[in-house]
Design a protein around this ligand. Structure first.
Ligand SMILES: [Zn+2]
Ligand SMILES: [Zn+2]
Length: 185
C-alpha cells in the first residue's frame, strides 16, 4: 500500500469523478448527468453522510470536476495552494472517525455539511499525502490516444498506464493484438 487506505480510496474516487466529465475512450457522454448517476457513484464508493439528492447538489459536485482535474495539471507547489485553499474555505477540522465498515480514518467536516464541501475537503486531505510524500508522478493521464481520462497509479512498480473508466487497457491490448496479426500475416 502506498498511502493509508482511506487516502487510496479517496484518490480512486477522485479519478472516477473526474473521468465522468472527460472524453473517455472517445466517448464525450457526461456520465454524471443526473441525480441517479450521482447516487450510483456515491453508493459505489460507499459515501457516507448527508445527501440531498437534488439538482443543486448535483451541480455542486459536477463543478468539482474541473477543480479536481487541476491536480493532474499543477506542479507540487501549486497543488499545495489548491489544497490549502480548499481546507481554509471549508474551515476543515481533521478528526478520526469510524463508521460502517470503515475503520479509523479522517473526516475534516461534519457529516451534515453539504456533499460537495465534504467531497472537496476529503479530496484535499488525500492530496496532502500525495504532496507530502512527493508522489505526484503517480497522477497520470490515460495512455490511450482517444482518451482524456486520468488515473492514480498505486501499483508497486508504477506501471499502470490506462484509466479504469474506458476499459482502455483491454481495448489497447486488443488493438495491439490486431495490429500484430495484420502485420504478421
Ligand atoms: Zn468516513
Ligand atoms: Zn482511458
Amino acid at each position: 500500500m502506498v498511502f493509508a487506505y482511506d487516502t487510496e480510496a479517496t484518490l480512486a474516487f477522485t479519478s472516477a469523478l473526474v473521468n465522468t466529465g472527460e472524453r473517455v475512450s472517445n466517448s464525450t457522454v457526461d456520465t454524471l448527468a443526473d441525480t441517479d448517476a450521482l447516487r450510483a457513484l456515491l453508493d459505489e464508493n460507499d459515501y457516507s453522510g448527508r445527501r440531498d439528492g437534488d439538482a443543486a447538489e448535483l451541480e455542486a459536485v459536477r463543478a468539482l470536476r474541473p477543480l479536481f482535474r487541476r491536480f493532474w495539471e499543477l506542479d507540487r507547489d501549486d497543488s499545495v495552494a489548491l489544497v490549502n485553499g480548499i481546507l481554509r474555505d471549508a474551515n476543515a477540522l481533521p478528526q478520526l472517525v469510524r463508521h460502517g465498515d470503515w475503520d479509523w480514518h479522517l473526516h475534516a467536516t461534519e457529516s451534515d455539511a453539504p456533499l460537495a464541501t465534504r467531497m472537496a475537503v476529503e479530496v484535499a486531505m488525500a492530496f496532502i499525502d500525495v504532496i507530502r510524500g512527493d508522489e505526484l508522478d503517480r497522477l497520470k493521464r490515460c495512455a490511450a490516444d482517444d482518451c482524456d481520462g486520468v488515473l492514480v497509479d498505486l501499483s508497486r512498480n508504477r506501471s499502470k498506464r490506462f484509466c479504469d473508466a474506458g476499459n482502455c487497457g483491454n481495448r489497447m491490448n486488443v488493438l495491439a493484438y490486431r495490429a500484430r496479426q495484420s502485420s504478421g500475416a
